[in-house]
Design a protein around this ligand. Structure first.
Ligand SMILES: *Cc1c(COP(=O)(O)O)cnc(C)c1O
Length: 363
């Protein structure tokens, strides 16, 4: 079912599957996903492996779920209060880190034992499949498209933000195996997105998306894409700049907590670093720390994530290696002057998804 963006699909799946008081376990939160879960009355619970919260840890599949933690949660809360397990591929907030097929197969077994479906955020599934091909025993000679299909075969539904791996300017979709659930979703889409035949997208955009899906799994494309990210990552690693390792699929994630170690988390180190890079070179990066984590809806206090990251995300098929050099040199310039940098404070803070629209001032 087409939707105008990924969050359109997240909105609908959350509304039809989540009831008040439900818990939705997942391999690290994503901003829009979590908010839609909360607005539907649910609460996100992080069950990613602990290695994912450590930027220096070089685990090859930092997107994996901690099976024990998940099973403990199911036993404690009861399977009826868990509408689904939310699995993201190439986990954004962890630094673009993949989940392994071995882990996914174990998850399938465990959740089937309790009758819990798996909903997959497949926004970066092609990049995840590439890492499986590179790192997981037995997949070296399997086509990216076939790995994507195997990942999807182990899940019950998927949301897609097609602006990412599927290469298009706009678009998304919701996919479901269950006919009855799909029927509910198709009824919702006409309220919030558009007719079920286009879900808020222009026909031209749907044509581009169909081609984008096919091109996203071309072997040479995905190798060049992840390779360009690695080129930038290796450069900043060689210069001693702290980053999340291993380098992820869609961007280089600077470890702002270490980069600006003299700032407290209340001084918004990742937001500060993103601003400093922009001032230096006009390169726009993205905060992934306390600003993105938002506030606890019950207490109104900041959520303090373990990671304070600046995501240097590389758009697909836009830049050359020379552009990557400019980005690396700017990061290095800011790094050499880091001691002089002071933090930021909010001067405007919207209620939802504050990182998109907040404004800041230097302390
Ligand atoms: C971008 C993104 C979304 C939201 O999709 P939009 O198309 O921006 O609405 C959801 N999940 C992940 C992992 C994303 O990267």
């Amino acid at each position: 079912m087409p939707t105008h963006q990924g969050r359109g699909a997240e909105h609908i799946i959350s509304k039809i599957m989540i009831k008040k008081g439900d818990l939705i376990p997942g391999n690290m939160y994503f901003t829009t996903t979590k908010l839609h879960q909360e607005l539907a009355g649910g609460k996100f619970v992080d069950v990613i492996i602990p290695e994912a919260h450590d930027p220096e840890n070089e685990h090859p599949f930092k997107g994996n779920v901690d099976l024990q933690k998940l099973e403990d949660l199911i036993k404690e809360h009861g399977a009826e209060g868990i509408p689904y397990l939310a699995i993201a591929t190439a986990v954004n907030m962890a630094g673009g880190q993949p989940i392994s097929l071995a882990n996914l197969k174990e998850l399938r077994k465990l959740t089937q034992k309790y009758g819990i479906p798996i909903i997959h955020d497949m926004t970066r599934v092609a990049e995840n499949a590439y890492f499986i091909k590179m790192r997981e025993p037995g997949y070296q000679d399997v086509k990216i498209a076939d790995i994507v299909k195997e990942i999807c075969s182990l899940t019950d539904g998927a949301t897609m933000s097609a602006k990412k791996d599927a290469l298009v300017n706009i678009g998304g979709f919701l996919a479901l195996n269950d006919e009855e659930l799909f029927d509910k979703a198709r009824n919702m889409v006409v309220i919030y997105e558009g007719l079920h035949t286009y879900g808020g997208m222009a026909g031209r955009d749907m044509e581009a998306l169909a081609r984008g899906i096919a091109e996203s799994v071309h072997e040479d494309h995905i190798r060049a894409r992840v390779g360009q990210v690695l080129y930038l990552g290796q450069k900043v690693i060689d210069w001693g700049i702290p980053v999340v390792k291993p380098i992820g699929g869609h961007g280089v994630f600077l470890n702002a907590a270490k980069f600006l170690s003299h700032l407290t988390q209340d001084e918004l180190p990742a937001q500060t670093l993103a601003a400093e890079i922009y001032v230096d070179s006009g390169v726009r990066t993205m905060e992934r720390g306390v600003v993105s984590a938002g506030r606890n809806p019950q207490t109104g206090k900041h959520n303090y994530p373990k990671l304070e990251l600046v995501r240097v995300t590389i758009p697909r098929r836009v830049y050359t290696q020379a552009h990557m050099d400019v980005v690396a040199e700017s990061i290095d310039e800011v790094y050499r002057n880091r001691k002089k940098i002071t933090g930021l404070k909010f001067v405007y803070e919207p209620k939802y998804l504050r990182f998109f629209q907040a404004r800041f001032e230097k302390i």
